[in-house]
Ligand binder design. Structure first.
Ligand code: KG4
Ligand code: ZN
Length: 346
């Protein structure tokens, strides 16, 4: 039962990443977490180009692994296990990671675990906090938005989620139409901090409906219309209008997430957890305004709230290594024949 040291590899979207984790008395310590963003490669195309992503992953992933080992100050033989994202994501990128991981596992004779990218996000709160199953999770990223009850490393119960876009996608699109750099989330957050959130009114779709279903595409369209109206009035996009629109948009997203979280907490409490706890994960969970609104909600409902440090919210390989350790500790067998799975619901 000695502490495990794991290597994690992630390449499901536009970040190539590798990380080394070592178990400690409480959770595990991130010895290194290397993330090489491909953002610039895709910038000119206005979105992630799968072909370019796959080639870039194949080129840089092994350097990421080398850098992660060097930064952790250990050699490959000291690794006890390897965990790799096997989906969901862009097939070419996932394949690049899976092939590299298989090669490393074969070369070292170490066991290899296939990790679901979403499970990586969902288990991350346990990497940094003493958080027991079952907890309520709001997973909000560029491609996903759902409420899950996390019952174990391999057991997730879905309570509901978006019926159209994910909030991260909406942040990215709204940033694009306001001429702000990608990824849109951090750009909008920066502008919103200087803006007046109540001047421009935007809709909160589905807020009056029961349940945890959410919708963000109408909000995005409304933001586009608001921009057009403001531009028509001023003969161009004024700085102040842009800031206020960012603030209004971020407030609308936060309002939707908070209200739906309140309902999800109601459903989750029926499960009867010993210590009610809620966590957020995924790129949008890096948004400070959204985090503090969720914290306030939980405090008011006597629910323990956990939000991982910002670099562990956006895509990284530490979360994949951690999910691997969780699987190993739960007695889940390594995966001898890993298949890349572009679609892989939790
Ligand atoms: O989890 P992630 O790195 O990738 C996946 O989608 O799996 O999430 C990326 C998304 C992007 O849409 C990005 O704009 C958003 O997370 N994001 C943010 C913030 N930082 C990243 N959204 C709002 N506020 C932020 N500070
Ligand atoms: Zn992600």
């Amino acid at each position: 039962n000695r502490p495990l040291t794991f290597l994690g590899i992630e390449s499901s979207c536009d970040d190539s990443a590798a990380a080394v984790l070592r178990e400690g008395p409480a959770g595990a310590r991130v010895l290194s977490s290397v993330v090489r963003s491909q953002g610039l490669l895709h910038a000119a195309f206005g979105g992630v180009v799968p072909e370019i992503a796959a080639r870039a992953h194949a080129e840089v992933l092994d350097h990421c692994v080398e850098a992660a080992l060097a930064e952790a100050g250990i050699g490959l033989p000291e690794i006890d296990g390897i965990a790799v994202t096997a989906g969901p994501g862009l097939i070419g990128g996932v394949l690049a990671g899976v092939m590299l991981a298989k090669g490393l596992a074969a070369a070292t004779g170490r066991p290899l675990w296939a990790v679901n990218h979403l499970a990586g996000h969902a288990l991350t709160p346990r990497l940094t906090d003493d958080l027991a199953f079952p907890y309520l999770l709001l997973l909000v990223s560029g491609g996903h938005c759902q409420f899950l009850i996390v019952e174990g490393p391999d057991r997730f119960r879905r309570l509901g989620g978006t019926i159209d876009d994910a909030p991260g996608e909406a942040f990215d699109k709204v940033a694009k139409l306001l001429g702000l750099p990608q990824p849109g989330g951090p750009s909008i957050e920066r502008e919103a901090a200087k803006g007046e959130s109540r001047r421009i009114s935007l809709p909160r779709p589905l807020l009056d409906r029961d349940g945890c279903a959410m919708s963000f595409s109408g909000l995005k369209t409304a933001a586009l219309r608001a921009r057009d109206t403001l531009m028509a009035e001023a003969g161009g996009l004024r700085e102040a209008d842009r800031r206020d629109l960012c603030a209004a948009f971020q407030l609308a997203v936060a309002d939707i997430l908070v209200e739906k979280t309140r309902r999800a907490l109601g459903l989750y409490r029926d499960v009867g957890p010993r210590v009610p706890a809620m966590a957020v994960a995924g790129g949008v969970a890096a948004n400070t305004a959204i985090r503090s609104r969720l914290l306030a909600l939980c405090e008011g409902m006597d629910v323990h709230f956990v939000a991982p440090p910002l670099p562990l919210c956006t895509d990284n390989a530490a979360m994949i290594a951690w999910a691997g350790i969780e699987r190993a500790r739960a007695g889940i067998d390594p995966d001898s024949a890993i298949m890349a799975r572009p679609r892989w619901p939790l």
